[in-house]
Ligand binder design. Sequence first.
Ligand code: FES
Length: 251
Amino acid sequence: MDKNINFTLKVWRQNGPKAKGHFDTFEMKDIPGDTSFLEMLDILNEQLIESGNEPFVFDHDCREGICGMCSLYINGHPHGPATGATTCQLYMRRFNDGDVITVEPWRSAAFPVIKDCMVDRGAFDKIIQAGGYTTVRTGQPQDANAILIPKEAADEAMDCATCIGCGACVAACKNGSAMLFVSSKVSQLALLPQGLPEAAKRAKAMVMTMDELGFGNCTNTRACEAECPKNESIANIARLNREFISAKLAD
Ligand code: FES
């Protein structure tokens, strides 16, 4: 049975993308260790609402590490101190009695704050719209035996596809680069025969859109890889660079 803990919680409050932000500080009492981080914020919000104050705004949806919506920067780490886990998979037992826990939004020019710690990650949708898809022909389905895929390629593509697009890589990067996200999305398609018809234009279009939207460049600090809740590898970035150069040469 996990112990209950008391701690100081500092949360970022900001009314909009251009508004000036500040930290609000709360003393949290008797929070059970088996409470998830998001449930702890629910408790805070119940207290705020009961006392007639505005609740703290944060993103979440599935609460089981699948959707990529939770996006809090906790004590200097995207998704907090646990490795290979999202904020919704973080439990209060990771913290100690008397801790000061600081919660901030993803900080990136490409992810403007909507309110408090909820940011607009529509930029990722625009990158996917630029090339993160395959053309599917309608009509008779193809014989599965005609498109055999080696097990290693299928496994690697699946590893890349586990990227949930949460944006932790951008938040972790001092350059605000989205290269780990883009390279995972390019790789999951480049490794499979279904992704080959658009391969050349995909890498160029997605990289160009990423640049236009204000994401920074990759300088190989590997912070993205260290903080990714799905353990995406920066080997994907090398593959993206190869795909991009091949496309340029083909031009
Ligand atoms: S809420 Fe869906 S991954 Fe955290």
